[in-house]
Design a protein around this ligand. Structure first.
Ligand SMILES: [Cu+2]
Length: 487
């Protein structure tokens, strides 16, 4: 299905097609301009800087980190530290990273545990969280377990869950937003036998792309302004500004991962071309979604297939953010089709069934709201308190969570992430989820005035786990709760 950019924009912007989109993406566009600190709806959004010239640098494609393999377990050492890196051409940028690497990649295998010794050499605390990981409480990066500078800790990831694209990021008590912003994001791709059996693109044609925004000072340093989400005009892909990527004229599997603090990406190809979405946060969708415009709120993942054999050799295919703020350059990256290649891959009509999680025993209310009097972001009227337990789910029990975004006055979007287990979207605004939202999720956007119901079953591990808004400034300002899961 080919269509023009005009067609894509019309699709994304036409309210009549909203029900067919993953969520009200089109409506979310004005709302993204008010992601963190509220502004009167009538105030014009200030024009952002356009960012640097696009397509000056090649994409950085990371090779997987090499584990030490002992007795069926993959061992890694990850040291968090400040280091100098080249992000913008000709400039040196102080970043915070794992092992001195930008956007490092771990490839894990279902049934083969990963053990990570994490050493914190940052000047601030750090708590490593595997986003999307089904892991015991003592390996989940609870803020109470954060590592002070100079300390280390062992994390155990059983990898019993199905294949998906996850990521490692900070969950420390007050430094997480800045640590993520300054570069601490590692991709964690879990593979399994089920996916091996599908004819999807593999090997060098399976590429992980961390997308984020950033603001740079004239000297190349990163500018971290907690409330500056409107003034981060640079888009980075695997740490490089709007790169180009030389591809063969065949299908690629692209694992898109939004590591931004507050940015929303709505992705489309300029000109003729098609994105087919095959997965969401928790792995493959039941069936592929053709002609997709994947929308990614912070921490969300979306895997897609793009067939570059549709283009003549020499073509340049631009991926752009259809939700760019006024004044921003929309270009995210460019694919340069430079060579022929065999392509035995194809996209099956059916990908991976989602199993029903059974009858729910109870329904919880989760109301997300900004409090203008205190500047805090609240869940059910309360800001996060590490010494308070908000929910007490029973192990093995299925629950419905009815999540309402009450921020109609300010138009603030929120995106709820629940630790430990994936969930399914039951309905959004009373309607069944769109095909792109029909898979397993761990983070779900709820726009101002919306109500989304999700179904979740807590399995395997008891203990304390978090749930929170993944717009990191909101989380910082209190929008986080704690559950104690008991057997
Ligand atoms: Cu929020």
């Amino acid at each position: 299905m080919l269509h023009s950019r005009r067609g894509l924009l019309a699709t994304a912007g036409a309210s009549v097609t909203l029900a067919s989109l993953p969520m009200g993406w089109a409506m979310s566009r004005p709302a993204t301009a008010a992601a963190s600190s509220p502004a009167p709806a009538s105030a014009p959004a200030p024009a952002a800087e356009p960012g640097s010239a696009p397509f000056q640098v090649p994409l950085l494609v990371q090779s997987p980190l090499r584990p030490r393999r002992r007795a069926g377990v993959d061992h890694y050492e990850l040291t968090t530290a400040e280091t100098d890196a080249t992000l913008l051409p000709g400039a040196t940028t102080r970043i915070r990273s794992f092992n001195g690497t930008i956007a490092p990649l771990i490839v894990a295998r279902r049934g083969r545990p990963v053990v990570i010794e994490q050493v914190n050499r940052l000047p601030v605390p750090f708590a490593m969280h595997l986003h999307g990981g089904h892991v015991p409480a003592d390996s989940d990066g609870h803020p109470r377990d954060q590592l002070e500078p100079g300390r280390s800790r062992i994390f155990r990831y059983p990898n019993t869950q199905q294949a998906s694209t996850m990521w490692l990021h900070d969950h420390s008590h007050h430094d997480h937003a800045e640590n993520v912003y300054r570069g601490l994001a590692a991709s964690y791709v879990l593979t399994d036998e089920f996916e091996d059996g599908l004819p999807l693109p593999k090997g060098r044609y399976d590429v992980t792309l961390q997308l984020r925004d950033a603001a740079f000072a004239a000297d190349g340093s990163l500018v971290y302004d907690p409330d500056g989400f409107r003034r981060r005009p640079e888009y980075l892909v695997n740490g490089r500004p709007r790169p180009y990527f030389e591809v063969a004229a065949r299908k690629y599997r692209l694992r898109l991962l939004n590591t931004s603090n507050e940015r929303f990406f709505l992705l489309g190809l300029r000109g003729e071309g098609e994105i087919v979405q095959i997965s969401s946060d928790g792995g493959l969708l039941p069936s592929p979604v053709p002609a997709a415009t994947p929308g990614l709120w912070p921490a969300e993942r979306s895997e897609v297939v793009v067939d570059f054999s549709r283009y003549p050799i020499g073509s340049q295919v631009v991926l752009e953010n259809l939700a760019a703020l006024p004044g921003e350059a929309p270009e995210v990256m460019r694919f340069d089709v430079v060579r022929e290649a065999d392509d035995p891959s194809r996209i099956p009509d059916r990908l991976r069934p989602v199993h029903d999680q059974g009858e729910a025993a109870l329904e919880r209310e989760v109301v997300l709201r900004f409090d203008p009097a205190t500047g805090r972001h609240l869940i059910n009227g309360q800001a996060f308190d590490m010494d308070r337990t908000d929910f007490r789910p029973r192990l093995g029990q299925t629950e419905i969570w009815k999540i309402t975004n009450a921020d109609t006055a300010f138009g603030i979007p929120h995106s709820l992430h629940i630790h430990l287990n994936h969930f399914t979207v039951v309905d959004r605004g009373g309607r069944p989820p769109a095909p792109a939202e029909a898979g397993l999720k761990d983070t779900v956007a709820v726009l101002a005035g919306e109500t989304v119901r999700i179904k979740i079953k807590f399995t395997d591990y008891s203990g304390q786990f978090m749930y929170h808004c993944h717009l990191l400034q909101h989380q910082m300002m209190g929008m986080m709760g704690q559950m104690e899961i008991t057997g």
